[in-house]
Design a protein around this ligand. Structure first.
Ligand SMILES: [Zn+2]
Length: 242
């Protein structure tokens, strides 16, 4: 069976001497591996299909040991990401996050696909501050997975008069001093404010946002910890959060 799908390359690994395995992410089929045969000898068009970030139309056929790519047409290579090391690490972190996710339904899968594509475009082509796109991406992933982290009110008692804000890492919820328990950690006012602003700003408006100095990094630590608690997966984010 031959099929044509639009997908993003999440990662690639060497298979045999000339072949590559690529992990693709499409909104119809989710994540799956496919083989790129004879990449070294292949034409330039097919060679591009081994690069992470690459978004394009793949023609796939069923082989003996899984899917084989027999055709590729690039839509967006996001090549510019490799020219800015900070953006490159931030984009790679988003791919690693998708790599670590297991989707529980199609709505979530489609939502994450569209958010990833939009986030890569914003990161690649807009003048946005370092880490803002990654913070927002994680907040969006939580919401799409049914565990939205940001709330205006304490999820325990409903008060909006937060004197101190705590995150319950058992449930991924924000609570007040009265509702906190042993698994809660206090989060700074600046991180909470950064979370609120990013949550309420759409990706195309992200370039107009300015967060308090250092709050994007403090927020990222909270988001990564919440991700690891929610999905029980360690995130290896290279070049980010030393
Ligand atoms: Zn409370």
């Amino acid at each position: 069976m031959t099929e044509k799908i639009q997908a993003i390359v999440i990662k690639s690994s060497d298979k045999k001497e000339k072949d590559k395995n690529i992990l693709l992410f499409s909104h119809e089929k989710g994540k799956f591996w496919a083989t790129l045969k004879g990449v070294k000898g292949a034409n330039a068009k097919m060679k591009m299909a081994q690069n992470p970030f690459c978004f394009g139309e793949f023609i796939l056929e069923d082989g003996k040991f899984g899917k084989i790519v027999t055709g590729f047409e690039s839509i967006e290579t996001f090549y510019e990401l490799s020219e800015d090391v900070e953006k490159y690490f931030e984009g790679t972190a988003m791919l690693e996050i998708v790599n670590s996710l297991n989707f529980s339904n199609e709505t979530e899968q489609t939502g994450v696909f569209l958010t990833l594509l939009k986030s890569l475009k914003t990161l690649c082509f807009e003048k946005v501050e370092n880490l803002y796109v990654l913070d927002k991406f994680l907040l969006d992933v939580f919401a799409l997975s049914g565990f939205p982290l940001y709330t205006e009110k304490c999820t325990g008692c409903g008060t909006s008069a937060f004197e101190h804000i705590y995150i319950d890492y058992n449930t991924g919820e924000l609570v007040c001093t009265a509702c906190k328990n042993y698994s809660c950690e206090e989060t700074s006012k600046n991180s909470y404010l950064a979370m609120k602003i990013l949550n309420n700003t759409s990706l195309d408006k992200l370039k107009t946002v300015k967060l308090a100095q250092g709050s994007e990094e403090a927020l990222l630590r909270v988001l990564v910890k919440n991700f690891e608690a929610r999905f029980e997966r360690r995130l290896k984010l290279i070049g980010i959060l030393s």
